[in-house]
Structure formats: C-alpha cells, structure tokens
Design a protein around this ligand. Sequence first.
Ligand SMILES: [Zn+2]
Length: 176
Amino acid sequence: MGRRFCLLNDQAVAANYLLNSKLSKSILIIDLDVHQGNGTAEIFNKDSRVFTFSIHGDKNFPFRKEISDLDVPLKDHVQDEEYLNLLEMNLKVAFEKSKPDFVFYLSGVDVLSTDQLGKLSLSKAACKERDRIVLQACKNKNLPVQISMGGGYSADIKDIVDAHCNTYRLAFDLVT
Ligand SMILES: [Zn+2]
C-alpha cells in the first residue's frame, strides 16, 4: 500500500520478476534510505526468498514500522563513524543470512545532515563511504546489483545531486 511517497514499489516488482522467471533464487534488498523500507518489508514478509534489510531513522516516518528480516533503527543525529560501523557489521549479517544471488540497493541520500526530513547527521563523505561499503561488498561476492536513488531533501539541491552522483560515480569506478 502506498503511504504518501511511493505508489509503486519498483524493486519489489523487479524482485518478483527475477524470482518468477527463475533468474534468481535468493534476493537481498538493502534499503539505506533514512525512511524504513516498510513497503518492501510488508510485501516480502512471508517470502523467504527475499531478505529485507533496512537501516533507518527510528523517529522518521513511517511512525509504525513494519518488520524487515533485519532492521537497524537509529536514534536521532547518528554521525559518520557510528553509522558506518553499524552498516559494516549488519551488512555482513545480511549477506550471511540471505546468501543472495542478486542485490537491490536503495541509496537514499536523506541520511545527510543537511536533509530537512531525515534525522541523521551524515557527512557527504560518509554517505559516499556508505555506498562504497555496499557496492564493494557486492563486487567482492561477484553479485549483480541494481541501484535506486531513493529520497533526498536537502535545502540546497546541489547537496542532493552531489550525493546521488557519488553513488553512480562509485559504481562506475568499481566496474571499470
Ligand atoms: Zn526517504
């Protein structure tokens, strides 16, 4: 069910397509947008072929959270080092538990300290490091990964564009 922001969960549609077409047997969805991946968690709640992993602001929308396979709710104003440590630790767990053959990554940049909706306090450098940790892990495991940009609500649109571009710059650098 679309709750205000997203009427169509494109990653869920694509994940179901891969599973139904027998192109994939086990999928990991990594949702690092500051808002919990609640729709994805609800859709795949009873589907053991899809492992949903969300790191999000505990006090951010949605106020009633769904249950992902792995949820890491963060208190307000979490900063770079704490965030990146939690990501590395939990990403390892997500890979171990899901053993995916395909990864979806939702790389929302509303984790930035400049964001007007997100309650976390990440620098742009840490946001880029976040992407590097995820994409490098996928590359090390030789896994295909699809990236969706997710949210970004910084006052200066340049901050949003820079951070989103960093994700794709990194992805490009890792494959060339
Ligand atoms: Zn968001």
